[in-house]
Design a binder for this molecule. Structure first.
Ligand SMILES: [Mn+2]
Length: 372
């Protein structure tokens, strides 16, 4: 059967961040972001994980002393799980960073691991490694020490120790430690634990962004969670890595599309919106996207929809429904008639022309009411 280790890989917790600060749900979201670390600690204990990897941006900004003190307290609740972590571009280790003193005070430096330390943070100017004898595993990694890192600081790290080899890295775009994925994939890692991109994804087999455990911005739609990794070494010494995404966030951002027709009224729209939220369970964060053709006299009331609860935004993509033939006949000798003539045919096949026609007509008719 051989041996296997179980890893929870997370990144980008962005502790201290307050998403949707201006909405009624803002306070709750701040609390949910803060709770992501204790919840992950509890998950480690429940799954009896061997290793918790934090691949940067644990904090949204340079952490305060009291915030780090609480992180050490949370780590202290881990029953058997070892922790290895790095800093990212948001909590990078500047000259004024509180990380180095925290590492020293708690014995979190790589060299402290030999004395049985349960937590290791890499903070040095070069790549570092820590050997975890009970797991037959060596973790390599490197923290951000400035906000921007334009060199590929992870491409040339090559594992030298036998056993299971893991790389902890943050970034992956031009100004945040660009990654040469092909090169890294050929370096012999069992698993590369990445951070920085908030959407979960895999760059290559075993090279993984777990995403942020909570969605932090209304454009971060879809599931959020962590990467659950099992690395097995069989009796013949062959290594096998399985990584699974595990949904974990308290809420998700969801887009709810509502189709309007010429029959839609203020009341029917409010009911349709409320029903769409109810059908989803009501716990998520919603953006309404209104589409279709509405009566030209009816304008959707975005504020009324926003008041339905956990609504972050209302995007109105509807177009007014006009009786083009009647309008054309009534305006044969003026600008409105000319405008319809110019665009009507093209609007039948071209979405942009259709939008121009209907939005232009709305403007012209409004102008017409005030008198040319
Ligand atoms: Mn980042």
């Amino acid at each position: 059967m051989g041996e296997s280790i179980t890893i929870i890989h997370t990144a980008d917790l962005h502790l201290g961040m307050q998403p949707e600060k201006d909405l009624p749900i803002g306070k709750e979201r701040a609390r949910e972001v803060a709770e992501s670390l204790p919840r992950l600690v509890a998950a480690c204990n429940e799954l009896e994980a061997d290793l918790l990897l934090i691949a940067g941006d644990l904090f949204h900004k340079a952490p305060l002393v009291r915030e780090l003190k609480d992180v050490a307290y949370q780590f202290g609740k881990l029953a058997k799980t070892r922790v290895v972590m790095i800093a990212g571009n948001h909590d990078y280790i500047s000259a004024r960073s509180n990380y180095p003193a925290w590492i020293a005070a708690n014995g979190y430096a790589p060299e402290d691991a030999a004395d049985g330390a349960r937590v290791t943070m890499f903070a040095g100017a070069e790549a570092e490694k820590v050997y975890l004898p009970e797991l037959g595993t060596t973790v390599y990694g490197r923290s951000f020490r400035s906000q921007n890192v334009t060199e590929g600081i992870y491409d040339d790290i090559v594992p030298t120790e036998p056993g299971i080899r893991i790389l902890l890295a943050h970034g992956g775009d031009a100004t945040d430690a660009p990654l040469d994925v092909k090169k890294i994939a050929g370096n012999g890692w069992d698993y590369v634990a990445l951070g920085h991109i908030h959407k979960p994804g895999m760059l290559a087999p075993g090279i993984v962004y777990p995403g942020s455990p909570e969605p932090l911005d209304r454009n971060e739609t879809g599931p959020h969670g962590y990467s659950l990794v099992r690395i097995t070494v069989d009796d013949a010494g062959r290594h096998k890595t399985d990584a699974t995404f595990v949904p974990f966030s308290k809420r998700e951002y969801r887009d709810l599309e509502i189709l309007l027709t010429a029959e839609t009224t203020a009341g029917s729209l409010a009911d349709a919106a409320a029903a769409a939220i109810a059908a989803d369970g009501g716990e998520n964060l919603y953006r309404f996207v209104l589409t279709g053709r509405r009566d030209a006299d009816f304008a959707p009331d975005a504020e009324a929809l926003a008041a339905l609860g956990n609504v972050t935004e209302v995007v109105d993509r509807t177009l007014p429904e006009y009786d083009l033939a009647a309008l054309r006949a009534a305006n044969a000798d003026n600008l409105i008639g000319m405008f319809i003539d110019a665009l009507a045919e093209r609007a039948e096949t071209d979405e942009v022309a259709r939008k121009a026609l209907y939005e232009g007509l709305t403007a012209l008719l409004r102008q017409n009411k005030r008198g040319f």
